[in-house]
Design a binder for this molecule. Structure first.
Ligand SMILES: [Zn+2]
Ligand SMILES: [Zn+2]
Length: 325
């Protein structure tokens, strides 16, 4: 699976970080899914290998502007590109009101939109994932989306098939379906001898703004990766007296450690934190705080980082060459 960060700043963009948007997809598949769509997301997309032609569905965590103001422009571009397929948008109802207002005063999209209200429905299924969601704790209704991949139940052991001289084609198809086959030599093969060990489905949670990471506790056993905001350090959070509805790096890290999460990516950093580690305050302050309380694989997202989560739930990161096409 791949998780690509299109924006990692909270509230307002900075020179190096756009507003929140995250793409998730199966590796080597073209289809991808978008979680949140801050203003400028479609411009960010131009600098990645993702194509809007292959956008499957959209998930919006909540109706704070930095998480969805980019939608109207992105949908207009989809129409220009000739999209005809329906587009699923899972979002609080305010997003629907926002978009329909724009459609009324400007232009309708050239394709149907299926809106799903997360208050009424709790999950959906697409070609690549089952997606469910949970309500989070924020100043307004906000959700965390949990992507569980579909796995092929009976993946064939290709090396073993070659070793037995089974020619690719219909015989492989029969084995896949669990049927016995007979080779030209007369040898009969049992399909169960050629199945790989069952693949474990990888599960990735992408949280919206949230002051209670512990809301993910019921899912912690199956989570391969949690992507969560860490808007501030704990010290800064303590200084802000009003309730912000956000988590500090310390809070998320302590939750991840206590629940044995293997992989944690932090994002949605307040613009006050600079990328230059010599500045005060800097993103490194957030990283240091999280590192001190969490022993799993930790990463602080940057715009355009591509994370790969392999079948063994190992997380790796590539900071890609930006495409100029
Ligand atoms: Zn936010
Ligand atoms: Zn918010």
């Amino acid at each position: 699976m791949e998780i690509i960060f299109l924006g990692t700043s909270a509230g307002t963009p900075t020179k190096t970080r756009n507003l929140t948007a995250i793409a998730i997809k199966k590796r080597n598949y073209k289809w991808w899914y978008l979680v949140d769509c801050g203003e400028g997301t479609q411009h960010q997309l131009l600098k990645t290998g993702l194509s809007l032609l292959w956008l499957k569905s959209i998930f919006i965590t909540h109706v704070h502007g930095d998480h969805f103001y980019g939608l109207a422009g992105l949908l207009a571009t989809l129409s220009t590109l000739g999209r005809k397929d329906p587009l699923k948008i899972v979002s609080p109802v305010g997003v629907r009101v926002f978009l329909e207002t724009i459609f009324n005063i400007s232009q309708e999209p050239a394709f149907p939109i299926e809106f799903i209200d997360p208050e009424e429905i709790t999950n959906t299924s697409d070609d690549d994932f089952d997606i469910s969601w949970i309500p989070l704790e924020h100043r307004i209704a906000c959700y965390g989306f949990i992507f569980k991949e579909h796995v092929i139940a009976h993946r064939l052991n290709i090396a073993k098939l070659k070793e037995y001289g089974v020619p690719s084609g219909p015989l492989w198809g029969k084995l896949q379906k669990g049927e016995y086959i007979t080779l030209d030599s007369g040898e009969v093969l049992n399909p169960h001898d050629f199945f790989m060990e069952g693949d474990k489905a990888r599960v990735v949670a992408i949280a919206g703004d949230n002051s209670k990471p512990e809301l993910f506790e019921p899912y912690s056993k199956e989570l391969s990766l949690l992507v969560h905001e860490a808007t501030y350090t704990e010290e800064a959070a303590q200084k802000i007296h009003e309730e912000t509805g956000h988590s500090s790096a310390l809070k998320v890290a302590q939750f991840a450690e206590a629940n044995g999460l293997k992989n944690l990516i932090l994002t949605h950093f307040s613009p006050r934190y600079r990328d230059d580690s010599e500045s005060t305050p800097s993103i490194k302050d957030i990283e240091d705080e999280a590192k001190a309380s969490y022993n799993g694989t930790l990463s602080l997202a940057k715009d355009f980082n591509i994370y790969t989560l392999n079948r063994d739930e190992q997380l790796s990161c590539v900071e890609p060459q930006l495409s100029s096409n």
